[in-house]
Design a protein around this ligand. Structure first.
Ligand code: ADE
Ligand code: ZN
Length: 333
């Protein structure tokens, strides 16, 4: 039997929490800055990478939005997405549900069409299955989210769902109840970041007032026993991002991460990379960091991979196909 490190790397898996702008590596930031004549605040790739020392979510978001400023053309969005898909493929990711933040770009005068068409075209070309989740920036007013939804309507068929990201504290889910209701009526899947830095109450209001189907992060749910029970009973998946949680100081170190406690509580937890270019790695780096710091069993590794497919927004047939492949992998160990 291979060791747990080999297993987590080789097993088929899905990624359900990846901000495509967070996959922009410093090398590509510099290449795009040069291509587009954009000035950067850092003199070199090394200097930029050295700035990736974060104290909390906001300190990361400031650098993340600055990095995204080099994205101007449809080709830029295509190149960024193609690079992520190739990287995910190398980590045995079979399917990715990719977040993008149109407001970060339209606010700079980039046409909505360039953003969606570039990301979409890369997803159509493979090498893995991918679908798109458009996120609203929660630090901006709901009216701007509604205007963004209107801009997205001609591209409805290119979106599988909507999400809610950016600065969590002080921007509770209820701020976006109306726009999420409109998205629900459009038949879009609904997710939201909640319980990353924000309190368990934000997880509850994301469920009750936004009607989300998955919670992004959600690690603070364990502070509330009744909420934890509810998440387990209703099979609400949590898209947990271990390396992100360490870099943004949600947990002191990986040995203190509650991923296994979430599984033990019966929750549908998954492992994801969040912003891999900023947090130290893609899917397999996250799985490896977990396997090295926590007593992850083969059974728990299987459960995490199974959860990633079962909690995806794939249709039943596609889900079953990937789960059959997963079962075959573990049966032949
Ligand atoms: N945008 C990109 N990464 C994020 C995160 N981890 N939390 C909130 N918003 C984000
Ligand atoms: Zn995120």
């Amino acid at each position: 039997m291979p060791n747990i490190r080999d297993i987590v790397q080789q097993m088929p898996k899905a990624e359900l929490h990846i901000h495509i702008e967070g996959s922009l590596e410093p090398e590509l930031i510099f290449a795009l800055a040069q291509r587009n004549g954009v000035a950067l605040a850092y003199p070199s790739v090394e200097a930029l990478r050295a700035a990736y020392a974060f104290s909390d979510l906001q300190s990361f978001l400031d650098i993340y939005y600055a990095g995204a400023s080099v994205l101007l053309t449809e080709q830029d969005f295509y190149d960024m997405t193609a690079a992520y898909l190739a990287r995910a493929h190398a980590d045995q990711v079979r399917h990715a549900e990719i977040f993008f933040d149109p407001q970060t770009h339209t606010a700079r005068g980039v046409p909505f069409a360039s953003v969606v068409n570039g990301i979409w075209r890369a997803c159509q070309e493979g090498p893995i299955s991918a679908s798109l989740i458009m996120c609203f920036l929660r630090h901006l007013p709901e009216e701007e989210a509604i205007a963004t939804l209107e801009e997205a309507l001609p591209y409805r068929d290119k979106l599988i769902g909507v999400g809610l990201d950016s600065s969590e504290l002080g921007h509770p889910p209820e701020k976006f109840a109306r726009v999420f209701e409109r998205c629900r009526q459009l038949g879009l899947h609904l997710v939201a970041h909640a319980g990353e830095e924000g309190p368990p109450a934000y997880i509850e209001t994301a469920l009750d007032l936004l009607n989300v189907e998955r919670i992004d992060h959600g690690v603070r749910c364990l502070e509330d026993g009744a909420l934890t029970q509810r998440l387990a009973q209703e099979h609400i998946a949590l898209t947990v991002c271990p390396l992100s949680n360490i870099k943004l100081r949600v947990f002191g170190d990986m040995g203190q991460h509650n991923l296994l406690a979430l599984l033990d509580a019966g929750l549908v937890a998954t492992v994801n990379s969040d912003d891999p270019a900023y947090f130290g790695g893609y899917m397999n780096a996250n799985f490896l960091a977990v396997a090295e710091a926590l007593p992850l069993s083969v059974q728990q590794a299987y459960r995490l991979a199974h959860n990633s497919f079962s909690a995806s927004f794939l249709d039943a047939g596609a889900k079953q196909g990937f789960i059959d492949e997963l079962d075959h992998y573990f049966a032949t160990l």
